[in-house]
Design a protein around this ligand. Structure first.
Ligand code: ATP
Length: 278
């Protein structure tokens, strides 16, 4: 049974095809990355999964439900975080609980869970602060915690680290990966054009072509990453051979999809055979 399924999703804007027959099937809890050049349709795809944008044809399923509009099952973390400036960190984080009509015991259990995420993300000392008092990295953590507050089935991350410096971004990837291991039953889907970010975070990478956006590779990184324990995926991971190998593989498909005439990959056949998801 699929947890998230996209079936031949296509989308045009003003007569130009942005996405063409995009099909993706997620059957396990995975951290899925969608990478492609600027304009490939990554954000549009994410908005279609969230029900914020409608596909012209094709279908998106969350479990057996067809996505027709936004729902609490799918959380979306925007690039600019969209924190409410007039609310404290804690009020921002638990805001979604106020908007849902849930029984008290369910609210209590969600509250308990999100309190745990606040601890993992190092936010406990900052609960009474206001967004303008926070660094970019802390704002991102608050937005992340808020997105997970309702225990969604899917968390969509739109270029979460684009506003962060390299050092803060790497630390945030470590936290994000740790959170992913802790959160039960939530699929994380991230779009980015940052190769390092995708390589660090993801178990599976979908590469989109440009004009129109089509799936040109579906790369399984799980086997390679399963050899590493969760503790190994910390900041030191970026210095490892595995990290370089993952980046090289993704870059191969990304450049293959582009128009760079000077691109010439070494060991082409090795890469083709080793990593493509069947
Ligand atoms: N609401 C809209 N109306 C018209 N055109 C749009 C709309 N949203 C996106 N587009 C166009 O669709 C194309 C894909 O946009 P999208 O933002 O999905 O790409 P992207 O891969 O996320 O790019 P980037 O990495 O630069 O954010 C772009 O050419 C964009 O201008």
């Amino acid at each position: 049974m699929s947890l998230v399924k996209l079936e031949n999703v296509s989308k045009q804007f003003m007569g130009i095809t942005v996405l063409e027959n995009v099909s993706i099937d997620i059957i396990d809890k995975e951290f899925v990355g969608i990478i492609g050049q600027s304009g490939a349709g990554k954000s549009t795809l994410l908005k279609i999964i969230a029900g914020l944008e409608k596909a012209d044809s094709g279908c998106v399923y969350i479990g057996d439900r067809i996505v027709k509009e936004p729902s609490p099952e799918v959380a979306y973390m925007f690039q600019d975080y969209r924190l409410f400036p007039w609310l404290t960190v804690k009020e921002n984080i638990i805001f979604p609980l106020r908007t849902l009509n849930l029984p008290k015991h369910r609210i209590a259990s969600l509250y308990e869970r999100v309190t745990y995420y606040m601890e993992i993300l190092g936010l406990v000392e900052k609960l009474n602060a206001y967004p303008h008092e926070l660094s970019g990295g802390l704002k991102q953590r608050v937005a992340l915690c808020r997105a997970l507050c309702t225990s969604p089935k899917v968390l969509l991350l739109d270029e979460p680290s684009s506003a962060l410096d390299m050092f803060t971004a790497i630390n945030s990837w470590h936290l994000l990966r740790k959170l992913f291991e802790e959160v039960r039953d939530t699929i994380f889907i991230i779009v980015s054009h940052n190769l390092d970010e995708i390589a660090f975070l993801c178990d599976r990478v979908i590469v989109l072509s440009n004009n129109p956006g089509r799936v040109i590779a579906d790369i399984n990184l799980k086997d390679l990453k399963s050899k590493l324990s969760c503790q190994d995926i910390d900041v030191n991971f970026i210095f490892s051979e595995e990290f370089l190998e993952i980046k090289r593989t993704i870059a191969y498909y990304l450049f293959k999809s582009g128009s760079s005439k000077s691109f010439k990959a070494l060991n082409e056949s090795d890469i083709d055979h080793m990593h493509e998801t069947k």
